[in-house]
Design a protein around this ligand. Structure first.
Ligand SMILES: Cc1ncc(COP(=O)(O)O)c(C=O)c1O
Length: 337
């Protein structure tokens, strides 16, 4: 694809795309300057004025803002459904008008899941799955029949909190048609970030195995702490979709969210007391990061929208890093105390 100009193709970016395609079991992949670059380019490549999208309510707030802002302004209508409810996507599809079905599983920040087999069985629209929180080693949406697997590679894939990158994978013909639009959209990744993405892939397996193991330890232990009213983690048997998690994910992933019984004041005290956890909004890197979604990543939601997707004032999202889990627990305990 024309390596005469880096917006069209670049050998370092191409190496990153080939590595992701291999991980996803895909014909081909296409990289972008960010996860949002991937989301916006895919939707604008596939939809025109008058078209319809079915998306889940439990979406990363930037994706939701894109659907409700620019897409609406361009006459692309979106129906939001509860992605965790069986049959919800199929019921909202309008034959001939729905061009894209957009799901995110696990969802950010409450770790709700969408049944990938159910998505793969949909006929008509292009099914796009944002699989960022799982990484390609934990789940492969294409194996279940989805058309496009999408990642903010800023997160687990690049994996070191030092790159901004997005990537999609799917059948060559579909990726080629999105590429024809993407070169005009211009959310082109830098070769430097793609190199950091390739560097991240070299250790993706050891990092995510360690991180998911530690996330499970934190989820189990924090579930029993009196200051914690709920823990959301797909690896826990108490997760409402634990069976689905076992069917489609290799482990519970590297991210969990907890709700503190003391609500917003308790989260503020926790965030100012932690010493090993770092207070920051990204996820998937080597350092354990904690954030308060209601005032950061999901601050753009109205109170009603936040209530519908379960982003509460007492919720903290934790991206588990590579530290020893016993050190993390010690820090969590002293901050909760
Ligand atoms: C699930 C999910 N998708 C997409 C994005 C957007 O990615 P980026 O920040 O790389 O644009 C994020 C960012 O947090 C995310 O969590």
């Amino acid at each position: 694809m024309g390596e005469f100009y880096s917006r069209y193709a670049n050998p370092t970016v191409r190496s990153f795309e080939e590595a992701v395609a291999a991980l996803e079991g895909a014909d081909d992949s296409l990289a972008f300057a960010s996860g949002m670059g991937a989301v916006s380019a895919v939707i604008l490549a596939l939809c025109a004025h008058g078209d319809h999208i079915v998306a889940q309510r439990q979406l990363y707030a930037g994706t939701l803002a894109f659907l409700q802002g620019p897409c609406q302004r361009f006459g692309i209508e979106t129906t939001l459904v509860d992605g965790a409810e069986p049959g919800a996507f199929a019921a909202a599809v309008r034959p001939g008008r729905t061009m894209v079905v957009l799901a995110e599983t696990p969802s950010n920040p409450r770790l709700d899941l969408v049944d990938l087999d159910e998505l793969g069985a949909l006929r008509g629209p292009i099914v796009v799955v944002d699989s960022t929180l799982a990484t390609p080693l934990c789940q492969r949406p294409l194996d279940h029949g989805a058309h496009i697997s999408l990642h903010s590679a800023t997160k687990g894939i690049a994996g070191h909190n030092d790159a901004t990158l997005g990537v999609i994978s799917g059948e060559k013909e579909l990726i080629d048609s999105i590429w024809s639009y993407a070169v005009l959209h211009g959310a082109t990744p830098s070769p430097f970030d793609a190199l950091n993405g390739l560097r991240g892939i070299r250790t993706l397996s050891v990092r995510t195995t360690q991180q998911a193991g530690s996330a499970m330890v934190l989820a189990e232990v924090l579930s029993d702490h009196p200051a914690v009213s709920a823990v959301h983690y797909p690896g826990l048997s108490s997760h409402p979709q634990a069976e689905l998690a076992k069917r489609q994910m290799r482990n519970g992933g590297t991210v969990l969210s907890v709700e503190l019984a003391g609500g917003a004041p308790a989260t503020r005290r926790f965030l100012s007391a932690v010493r090993l956890f770092r207070v920051a909004t990204s996820l998937g890197g080597p350092e354990t990061l904690v954030c308060h979604p209601a005032t950061t990543t999901h601050a753009s939601l109205t109170a009603d929208e936040a209530a519908l997707v379960g982003v509460t004032e007492g919720m903290l999202r934790i991206s588990v890093g590579l530290e020893d889990p016993s050190d993390l627990l010690r820090d969590a305990f002293q901050a909760l105390d």
